[in-house]
Design a protein around this ligand. Structure first.
Ligand code: DC
Length: 222
């Protein structure tokens, strides 16, 4: 099986690019952030606070998650319920960030992620795919963009959804999440030594997809 790892900070375009290229290449797209979000949703439902690392660790064994693919779209299940839409809220973003810093959660999800890559050709996106989950991936990409560029894109997305936010708020939130992801003790966000850096700050989405495809295609053929 072939594994392609795409890591990088939030808002760099990882999921859109990975999803598009997975379709083109006939690979399964695995959004690992959605898996952490589902754990976050579970903790919020049972009333464990996001900051309560001990409570999260105690309850991780109670999480029954499932991943299903419908027309190439990844759907997340929690206790059999499709929660794919419920995990896309600011509260669950906060929970996901907190649960992902707990080593017991990362250990629990390690096997799930590895199994997916064992059974399928995958494009997997996340924060530690090239460094921890698939250290032997055929292709590793670190996809990034400046905090300004990423915030601007997120701002436009949120405004389109009708959310009342300012660019300054989105930028501050982005910087905080970058800081949390980069400085946590468990699997911090960092570029794998053998990953190729793609910076999309000055690129449109189409150009970003083409830049990533230009890295992947020769690596698969070579
Ligand atoms: O990519 P995202 O925003 O859906 O990720 C949600 C959170 O999960 C984010 O705070 C980073 C964390 N995460 C992680 O620690 N490791 C991954 N492989 C994927 C996401």
């Amino acid at each position: 099986m072939i594994g392609i790892a795409i890591d990088g900070p939030g808002g760099a375009g990882k999921s859109t690019i990975a999803k598009t290229l997975a379709k083109r290449l006939g690979f399964v797209y695995v959004d690992t952030g959605a898996i952490y979000r589902t754990v976050g949703l579970y903790m919020s439902r049972i009333g464990v606070a996001p900051e309560d690392a001990a409570g999260i660790e105690q309850n991780i064994g109670g999480v029954h998650l499932g991943i299903r693919y419908e027309n190439g779209e990844q759907r997340m299940l929690l206790d059999g319920e499709d929660v794919s839409d419920k995990i896309r809220t600011p509260l669950i973003s906060k929970y996901a960030s907190c649960v992902s810093a707990v080593p017991a959660v990362r250990d629990f999800l390690f096997v799930t992620q590895r199994e997916l890559a064992k059974k399928n050709d995958v494009i997997m996106d996340g924060r530690d795919i090239g460094t921890v989950i698939l250290p032997d991936a055929e292709v590793k990409i670190f996809l990034t963009a400046s905090a300004q560029a990423r915030s601007k894109r997120r701002f436009i997305e949120l405004r389109e959804k009708g959310e009342d936010v300012t660019l300054e708020e989105v930028l501050a939130d982005m910087r905080q999440r970058d800081h949390d992801d980069e400085t946590r003790a468990a699997a911090p966000l960092k570029q794998a030594e053998d990953a190729i850096l793609v910076d999309t700050s000055e690129l449109t989405l189409e150009q970003s997809i083409a830049a990533v495809e230009a890295v992947i295609r020769p690596a698969l053929e070579g």
